[in-house]
Design a protein around this ligand. Structure first.
Ligand code: SF4
Ligand code: SF4
Length: 225
């Protein structure tokens, strides 16, 4: 997703590669009041792999997640799901009363990386940033980026991230073109949004292997259009 913001506003202003050392190791978040899992508004946007892992882990469908745990919002014209904050406490809907993440094994990419983040330089290339003012633990230690993202370091996953980012950029541009026309066709915008949700989020996959394979087939079909 292309969020328009200055690097310095959201980070220490530097871009990091996998071989750089970064001060983000939270030590398993021990002795922390979990201040990062509240007040996130709509910013924990879920990609299809996040939803696949949630559905597999919680034995539920995308539609069932929409019943309280996630919601759909518009991101630069395109409908995408994000984790919902609770109305009463403004905390993540997956945070327990004793401040534990109830989906730790299946938490979304944004949370797995945190307090690192991805910064897309163009449609196909990204680097890492250290998010500013988000993790309030005072004694973070240094770790190599490669080690911090260990679980997300497979070629399958990185290819998925790039293909998904290219697809989202393509759809957002397509929608921007449609709405820039006088008397634009709102049904065409709806079709872009619904086909994204139906093709990539509502589908069920039994395993990671099937996920990557089917995702690849779908994305190839989309790029042919
Ligand atoms: S604020 Fe930092 S240390 Fe605390 S739970 Fe969040 S990431 Fe972990
Ligand atoms: S999914 Fe887990 S780690 Fe992510 S914001 Fe919610 S409670 Fe925190």
């Amino acid at each position: 997703m292309n969020r328009q913001c200055a690097l310095e506003d959201i980070s220490d202003g530097r871009l990091y590669t996998e071989n750089d050392m970064v001060k983000v190791d939270t030590g398993g978040c021990r002795d922390c009041a979990v201040t990062c899992c509240q007040g996130m508004d709509k910013t924990i946007i879920l990609d299809p792999y996040d939803v696949h892992r949630l559905c597999l882990n919680l034995h539920c469908s995308f539609e069932q997640l929409l019943n309280g745990k996630i919601e759909i919002n518009i991101v630069d014209g395109l409908m995408l799901p994000n984790i919902k904050m609770t109305q009463d406490t403004n905390c993540c809907s997956f945070l327990s009363k004793d401040n534990r993440c109830t989906i730790h094994q299946a938490r979304p990419s944004v949370c797995r990386l945190f307090p690192l983040g991805r910064f897309w330089e163009d449609e196909e290339h990204f680097k890492y940033i250290v998010q500013k003012g988000q993790c309030h633990k005072s004694n973070l230690t240094k770790i190599k980026v490669k080690k911090w993202i260990e679980a997300d370091n497979s070629d399958h996953y990185k290819n998925f991230l790039i293909d998904w980012h290219k697809y989202v950029c393509k759809m957002q541009k397509k929608i921007a073109d449609i709405v820039s026309q006088p008397d634009f066709d709102s049904a065409a915008v709806k079709r872009c949004c619904m086909s994204t949700l139906q093709n990539f989020y509502m589908a069920r996959y039994d395993s990671d292997e099937k996920f990557y394979q089917e995702f690849q087939n779908k994305i190839e079909e989309q790029f042919k259009k």
